[in-house]
Design a binder for this molecule. Sequence first.
Ligand SMILES: *Cc1c(COP(=O)(O)O)cnc(C)c1O
Length: 407
Amino acid sequence: MVRRNSGFANLKAGYLFPEVSRRSREYAVSHPDAKIISLSIGNTTEPLTSHISKAMSDYALALATPEGYSGYGDEQGLTALRQKIAETFYAGMAEADEVFVSDGAKCDIARIQTLFGCRTPVAVQDPAYPVYVDGSVLIGAAGAYKNGRYKGLTYLPCTPENGFLPDFSKIKKNSLIYFCSPNNPTGYTSTKEELQQLVDFAKGHGCIIIFDAAYAQFIRTPGLPKTIFEISGARDCAVEINSFSKPAGFTGVRLGWSVIPKTLKFADGSLVIKDWSRVMTTLFNGASNIAQHGGLAALDSDGLVEMKKIIDYYLENVKTIHNALDGDNFKKAGVQIYSTGNSPYLWVRFPGYKSWSIFDKILDECRIVTTPGSGFGATGESFLRFSSFGHHESVNEACVRLSHLKL
Ligand SMILES: *Cc1c(COP(=O)(O)O)cnc(C)c1O
């Protein structure tokens, strides 16, 4: 018999979102008339603009013609799209040939671990987007699971008490550091000074930062960095992962990118970008050419205006939910809301409750699905994440229900 990858046995049971779905399904079955509203998973709800869908359908139709047909393209992505990404988001900070187009950020986060293997120490924020941890477990870098922790990982608690700025001094030398800003799930958006501390630490200790900027376009506060490459020294110690999913509604279309500076090196002096190029050409064969034409439309002048509008729409929901959670019933219970207005998520602490118990209570009494903070890491205990992805009407309705919740 063939041996199972031992990483799978190490994955802790009950992945967060399946458990959230299981409990909501169970509730729906026992309450068939309840109109359940989800403020849970980070999935976009508003349709693509016709401008983007037309670009994709025109391209798809042309594939049926001899002139319009194309087969495999460059594995790193269409040159025009790499240029557009570089000039739109990284002018003066990264070049088009440092941009690699992909089928999404999660896929890149999983693939990038092959560059470092199982013997590179890994540090993650706690709480964190689950793939940083689970991907490290699968590749064998996380070690055994005991008492809610993987022994081989360095957890960096990010709490209201430390201003969501973790203590970098706990990170081992020569580590990979996963860092996400604006953060999922806390919504916290790091300042330039904070990211400078991170970069200085990484440079001083031989670390590489994997910076997840999937929500960068949600940043509205002037001066907050939208890419790690705004930080001096980052080109020597960081890569960036990004995506069209959240800002342009491409969660189902699938399109993302990574930026690997030509100046970034491994311990032996070889270039990270060379190996990444090898991964993208060997284990991946390029993003869908249809999706890439959608991406080009999303970044032309009309597309960028539409992108801002759709993000404003979700940020409007953030305000609505914030107001509801600021109501007297929540205030009296000492509920604390953490939201910077620069992310689609609100991170909310319910003193005296465990995450799953307040999750069940809100499901039961308001028929609203949220996400238990504890599912993102031990430090998330007693928090819920509220997501603003939803139609205004259903978010408004959810907020009316929340105003009646008795805590
Ligand atoms: C949604 C999300 C992603 C995944 O993006 P895809 O491009 O759809 O794979 C990556 N990172 C964070 C933090 C996310 O919330």
